[in-house]
Ligand binder design. Structure first.
Ligand code: AKG
Ligand code: FE2
Length: 289
């Protein structure tokens, strides 16, 4: 690994993950700063920056400097014609994320990471929480880790996006039109392709069941993993301010947006970075070269 040329000013939000990045202006960051930011993203898993005040163009430009962008969402189109990469979550159009999830795990190749900024915030409330899936995996007991390592789960976007798809049609993903959401399989434990660390890779938003066991067994194991994943020790919570930007690694986190602001309007704009096909401990290609 090459040494980073720039040291970012990171304020850790917890002993293990999450950080506020101080003193960096994303819109004018140098290449070396972007490299350092990308490294911090993998290391701290979720990063927050204050007072950035990006617009859609600047958000897209930033994303392209960090990685390759996906379409806005497999089912939902971009916020407007000029921004096919920008996904709007608008509370007045049923855009909520009050179920724990990792983004787009119902596709074969879910995004590596996401970059989110508030556009309209409610007077109070609407905080977002992130869980560290690797910290959660590491703090499971050894026999449960061993069990989870062997499992495969089915992810199905129909529950969250089937209605939208039926009403308004799909979008594109990986360059192909999406007209149906076929369930996909992923390992229950994901090995991070850059660090080799293992993390819990099931979520209540999109995981329907575990392959090869009864409904009762599957439900009980998933509930155990979700309860463990969302223990307060595994979470950081962000209180949004105008001008903020959050970046997270979808290979090592899950998240949940509080829906506690009544009928107030809340609009968030997100872009996602193209990712790879998740691998588990059983099916890894040569890890780390
Ligand atoms: O609205 C939020 O805070 C988070 C929304 C969400 O799940 C996402 O942007 O991926
Ligand atoms: Fe999300």
């Amino acid at each position: 690994m090459t040494a980073l040329l720039v040291q970012l000013d990171l304020e850790p939000l917890g002993p293990h993950f999450g950080a506020l990045v101080h003193g960096l202006k994303l819109a004018t960051a140098t290449d070396d700063e972007i490299v350092a930011l990308r490294a911090a993203l993998v290391d701290r898993k979720v990063l927050f920056l204050r007072d950035q005040r990006l617009d859609d163009d600047a958000q897209v430009l930033l994303g392209r400097r960090i990685g390759e962008l996906t379409a806005a969402h497999p089912v939902v189109g971009g916020v407007d014609e000029d921004h096919p990469e920008v996904y709007a979550l608008d509370s007045t159009d049923n855009g909520f994320a009050d179920v724990w999830h990792t983004d787009v795990t119902f596709m074969k190749r879910p995004p590596l990471g996401s970059i989110l900024r508030p556009v309209v915030l409610p007077p109070t409330g609407g905080d977002t929480n992130w869980a560290d899936t690797q910290l959660a995996y590491d703090s499971l007991s050894e026999p449960v880790r061993r069990l989870a390592d062997q499992l495969t789960a089915v992810h199905d976007g129909t529950r969250e996006f089937g209605y939208y798809l039926a009403q308004r049609g799909g979008n594109v993903w990986e360059g192909k039109p999406v007209s149906r959401l076929d369930p996909v399989e992923h390992p229950v434990v994901r090995v991070h392709p850059e660090t080799g660390r293992r993390g819990i890779f099931v979520n209540p938003g999109f995981t329907s069941h575990i392959v090869g066991m009864s409904d009762v067994e599957s439900r009980a194991i998933l509930d155990l993993l979700y309860a463990h994943l969302t223990k307060p020790e595994h979470l950081v919570r962000h209180r949004w301010r105008p001008g903020d930007v959050a970046l997270w690694d979808n290979r090592s986190t899950a998240h949940y947006a509080n829906r506690d602001y009544g009928s107030a309007k809340r609009v968030m704009h997100r872009i996602t970075l193209r990712g790879d096909i998740p691998h588990g401990p059983q099916d890894q290609p040569s890890l780390l070269g």
